[in-house]
Design a protein around this ligand. Structure first.
Ligand code: NAD
Length: 499
């Protein structure tokens, strides 16, 4: 076990700067309006740095810087860009601990996640898209003996990207890696809750990219995000966040008729079929483990398996064993490598989760475990911690239908396969789902029948770079990861030549 020292204290892996400006045209620049806002850590609730508060004027400057850089960057060879992406990956790998601690301190998630999942996945994304862009080919169609159509890929130009706070570096990288690989310049707006870790990352890699290729404007949604999404000189907007915000992004984008990709919310079902309990073996054990995944990353995962559906014939025994497993999910200081559940990312998020716990109680759901704020004592008393919580109820309740984005599980039972699928699909969302069974046929049928972009079978929560990820229904438009992402950041040019 390691407990990392708080950033800025004796023995710490690193120290934040006291202030983070915008990063525009290859340098740090103060906000045009001169305003800053405080950034607290969820670990203790204390402010640790201040952040430039961006406005439309800052977005304008960043878009200008992007277009200035695009002339040269858009013409670099794919080989040159692949080398740069691989160098970024190497630099991140050399600084793994630093990036992991930065993200943990700012977001509140356990360092064992940032060290072993978030940052390694981000590194792999750069390597994957470095390879994908090298492997991309154009096309030739022969129309007749002397007429040929050539198909080329061209970058879009300057693109806007707006990201949330739940995986600050990873969510940025999911968008940055394919956009850079395809030859675009970028204006990125981090979430106002977690901008500093992106700047820690940018500081590490900024010498690897030409000035203006990647610009970061901090700030709030309405003040900086809306001017970016509605800017007349961006060629695309990529957004990850809430479904309600996604609707606004589409409206802004419609003004300039630019393409959008939207990665939005979810209310993912995790379905446990009866044969899971045929034996109390290692498979049963992995299903119990799968039940606890609602608490991973404090439930702040878009694909959080926030609804558990258990076959009525095994319900009492399976749920009893699963709740014992939930009790083993160790909550503690996020900087301790033994900690499995840390702090919620912001005080607003903590309040929202507590209010949903009240809603659950008021609408008659039965509280099986948790249900309170956690006080971890000492300096952690000011942090934003809640207990992993399980409510039993029915799928029409608000806690089953609305995204809580916390470690709160809504649990219900079903009678047979058809009812399981009906309940699983009875939601506005369609992002993720889990199915657990010993029968390959049942896994396949359920996996195809559930309306979600990603269905895990007998596992959950893997996000490999080469597997397309995105939502059905109100969980989004478009996909991330996978080389198909390159299409979102490229135009197709067709030259039709008669010889
Ligand atoms: P949010 O929509 O409140 O904010 C996301 C980003 O949008 C932030 O940078 C914010 O400043 C900006 N924003 C807010 N209002 C805006 C506006 N009017 N115009 C432009 N930008 C605006 O979401 P959040 O609370 O930060 O993130 C949590 C949500 O993200 C959850 O719903 C979660 O499911 C979703 N999410 C989805 C995925 C996915 O891949 N589908 C991944 C992670 C998170």
């Amino acid at each position: 076990m390691t407990v990392y020292a708080n950033p800025g204290t004796d023995g710490a892996v690193f120290t934040y700067k006291p202030r983070y400006d915008h990063f525009i045209g290859g340098e740090y620049v103060a906000p045009v309006k001169g305003q800053y806002f405080e950034n607290p850590t969820p670990v203790t609730g204390q402010n640790f740095t201040e952040i430039a508060r961006g406005t439309a004027e800052d977005i304008d400057r960043a878009v200008d810087a992007g277009w200035k850089a695009f002339d040269a960057w858009g013409k670099t060879s794919v080989a040159e860009r692949a080398v740069i992406l691989n160098k970024i990956a190497d630099r991140m790998e050399e600084n793994l601990e630093l990036l992991a601690v930065a993200e943990t301190w700012e977001n509140g998630k356990p360092v064992r996640e940032t060290l072993n999942a978030d940052i390694p996945l981000a590194i792999d994304h750069f390597r994957y898209f470095a390879g994908a862009i090298r492997a991309q080919e154009g096309g030739i169609s022969e129309l007749n003996n002397d007429t040929v159509a050539y198909h080329f890929h061209e970058p879009l130009g300057v693109v806007g990207q707006i990201i949330p706070w739940n995986f600050p570096i990873l969510m940025a990288v999911w968008k940055l890696a394919p956009a850079l690989a395809a030859g675009n310049c970028i204006v990125l707006k981090p979430a106002e809750q977690t901008p500093a870790s992106i700047h820690v990352w940018m500081d590490l890699i900024k010498d690897l990219l030409p000035a203006g290729v990647l610009n970061i404007v901090n700030g709030f949604g309405i003040e900086a995000g809306a001017p970016l999404a509605s800017h007349p000189r961006i060629r695309k907007i990529a957004f990850t966040g809430e479904t309600t915000t996604g609707r606004l992004i589409m409206q802004y984008a419609s003004e300039n008729l630019i393409p959008v990709t939207l990665e939005l919310g979810g209310k993912s079902p995790n379905v446990f079929f009866a044969d899971v309990a045929d034996e109390k073996d290692s498979f049963y054990d992995s299903a119990l483990e799968g039940f606890t995944f609602f608490a991973l990353n404090q439930g702040e995962v878009c694909t959080c398996p926030s609804r558990a559906l258990v076959d009525a014939s095994i319900y009492d025994g399976f749920v009893g064993d699963a709740l014992e497993r939930v009790k083993l999910v160790k909550q503690g200081n996020p900087l301790d490598t033994d900690t499995m559940i840390g702090a919620q990312a912001s005080n607003d998020q903590l309040e929202k989760i507590l209010s949903y716990m009240d809603i659950g109680k008021q609408e008659g759901a039965k509280l099986l475990i948790g249900g309170e704020r956690s006080d971890l004592g000492g300096e952690l008393s000011g942090g934003y911690y809640v207990q992993p919580t399980v409510f039993e109820g029915t799928n029409s309740m608000r806690i089953f239908q609305e995204e809580i984005f916390g470690p709160v599980l809504a649990l219900t039972k079903f009678n047979g396969y058809d009812e399981a699928i009906e309940i699983a699909n009875d939601t506005l969302y369609g992002l993720g789902a889990g199915v657990w069974s010993r029968s390959g046929t049942q896994l396949y049928r359920a996996g195809r029948a559930i309306q979600a972009g990603r269905v895990w079978s007998n596992t959950y929560h893997q996000y490999p770079a080469h597997a397309a990820f995105g939502g059905y229904k109100q969980s989004g438009i478009g996909r991330e990861n996978h080389r198909m992402m390159l299409d979102h950041y490229q135009q197709t040019k067709n030259l039709l030549v008669s010889y």
